[in-house]
Design a protein around this ligand. Structure first.
Ligand code: KIV
Ligand code: ZN
Length: 514
């Protein structure tokens, strides 16, 4: 049987405790609405007593957001409890969440209370909250560093006082999965009335274990997980909601548990929280990172194109992240390249594909991101390439305010190497004159046009030229991140067309001509 785990979202309370993540009321309201669309069970909307902004936000959310239970945090103090009630009252489903520490470290150094005093205060404040609302949650702060017998005593007493949820916080992110799972099991065994309350967990991520600890607790019987979108929160943050939810959904077979979250809304929630708080999501972040469903390795791409199951354990669509993306880069394979070209409407033959693929690899070494426009430039050049009489082997060029523009060019003509150095009015002019000299051609350059294909200084430059010789005009194209190399490719492309056209009979002479 699959248990349903409640998702208690604390993005607006613990999440807002991330340094710099303060949100205004309108921003909190828009996040709360998205959380409601996503189907979270409880929204901890803030800490009413802590500021008038928090109070007003909780009030607005309690009155306007339908669906989830709306909760306010309150220290175990009468004024805090009263303020939480004032902020929540009138809401359809409301909860007061009160807390006090139970670890000796906190009681001795921070609260300056004995264990008995803390226990009495916890019980009194649960009862006070219970006078206002039915739904009361109690948290023994720093539970994972508390003495277990005392912790269980406090839990039993607060359940007796009416707490319907007892939350076990790993306040300082200190526990480990095995230890935390064992603690939940011990609580289930030792607390006599535990069946009258839901066990919740609230894990911080100081050791990077917040999600693993929360899942270990679910495995051991916890029924509610407290978490935040993108894992934001105090210090290293809280357990990330999207990771908890997708772990339970993907590995239902292991956990025998699931949530009621509409997972397709996850990506929207992540982007909204990131935009509002200004906290960027790291690209490799699980579930919601930009690269979470992007595959670059040729081996993975080949497998995916044959069958998604080979390298994908979740569908990107299931978290509202669009489609799997096959990123063409230096590790990509021919299969992915051809698939993308076909999607773009190109059907190259084997030789064209091989040449364009070779150039893709070179381009990927120079350029961070390869766009469809780059691919189109490469393949259209290869597919329009006539039989090559002239082929560029290398180019070295020099220019500067004190230098005479110079180009040294090595070409293969009909498979044989030729190299020359020449000068000109600019580097392109020097290169073109040198090529004309090596090839002993007399064509006239009628047009020269440079176009950036994609944005950025590492963009592919697309050069088109028009050459005229013996009454024939041909167009040539070249693309490269280096504008001089692109210019040389364009010039040679046009020369090759001229050579091809003069090698054919009069009927064929239109091939490759403008
Ligand atoms: O981390 C913590 O202990 C808390 C409590 C208030 C639940 O945030
Ligand atoms: Zn916390």
């Amino acid at each position: 049987m699959t248990r349903e785990i409640k998702i208690f979202d604390t993005t607006l309370r613990d999440g807002e405790q991330s340094p710099g993540a303060t949100m205004n009321i309108a921003e909190k309201l828009s996040i709360a609405r998205q959380l409601a669309r996503m189907g979270v069970d409880i929204i901890e909307a803030g800490f009413a007593y802590s500021s008038s902004g928090d109070f007003d936000a909780i009030r607005k959310i309690a009155l306007e957001v339908e669906g989830p239970t709306i909760c306010s945090l309150a220290r175990a103090k009468p004024d805090d409890i009263d303020s939480a009630w004032q902020a929540l009252k009138g809401g359809a489903n409301i909860r007061i969440h009160t807390f006090i520490s139970t670890s000796d470290i906190h009681l001795k150094h921070q609260f300056r209370m004995t264990r008995d005093e803390a226990l009495k205060r916890a019980v009194d404040m649960v009862e006070r909250a219970k006078g206002y609302v039915d739904d009361v949650e109690f948290s023994p702060m720093d539970a994972t560093r508390s003495e277990v017998n005392y912790l269980c005593e406090v839990l039993e007493a607060t359940i007796e006082a009416g707490a319907q949820t007892v939350n076990i916080p790993d306040t300082v992110g200190y526990t480990t999965p095995k230890e935390f799972g064992d603690l939940i099991s011990a609580i289930r065994k030792q607390v006599a009335n535990i069946d009258q309350a839901v066990i919740s967990v609230h894990c911080h991520n100081d050791l990077g274990l917040a999600v693993a600890n929360s899942l270990a607790a679910v495995y051991a019987g916890a029924g509610q997980v407290e978490c935040t979108i993108n894992g934001i929160g105090e210090r290293a943050g809280n357990a990330a909601l999207e990771e908890i939810v997708m772990s339970l959904r993907t590995r239902k077979d292991i956990f025998k548990a699931d949530t009621g979250i509409v997972t397709e809304e996850i990506t929207k929630a992540s982007r909204l929280v990131s935009k509002i708080t200004g906290m960027q999501v790291q690209p490799n972040k699980a579930i919601v990172g930009m690269n979470a469903f992007a595959h670059e390795s040729g081996i993975h791409q080949d497998g995916l194109l044959k069958e998604k199951l080979t390298y994908e354990i979740m569908m990107p669509e299931s978290v509202g992240a669009g489609k799997t993306s096959i990123v063409l880069g230096k590790h990509s394979g021919r299969h992915a390249f051809l698939t993308r070209l076909e999607a773009l409407g190109y059907h190259p033959n084997e030789a064209e594909l091989n040449k364009a693929f070779e150039r893709l690899k070179k381009l990927a070494d120079q350029k961070k991101e390869i766009f469809d426009e780059d691919l189109e430039a490469l393949i259209s050049e290869e597919m329009a390439r006539p039989i090559e009489r002239y082929r560029l082997v290398s180019i070295h060029s020099e220019s500067g305010s004190e230098l005479k523009p110079t180009a040294t060019i090595e070409l293969e003509i009909d498979g044989k190497g030729h190299k020359k150095t020449g000068h000109g009015d600019g580097v392109v002019d020097a290169a073109y004159k040198t090529i004309a000299s090596i090839t002993e051609t007399k064509s006239v350059l009628r047009e020269y046009l440079v176009k950036g294909i994609t944005g950025g200084t590492d963009a592919l430059g697309d050069v088109s030229v028009v050459l005229e010789e013996g009454g024939k005009r041909v167009k040539g194209h070249g693309a490269d991140t280096d504008i001089i190399i692109a210019s040389v490719h364009a010039y040679l492309n046009a020369l090759n067309k001229l050579a091809a056209s003069s090698a054919k009979g009069p009927e064929d002479q239109k091939v490759g001509l403008i």
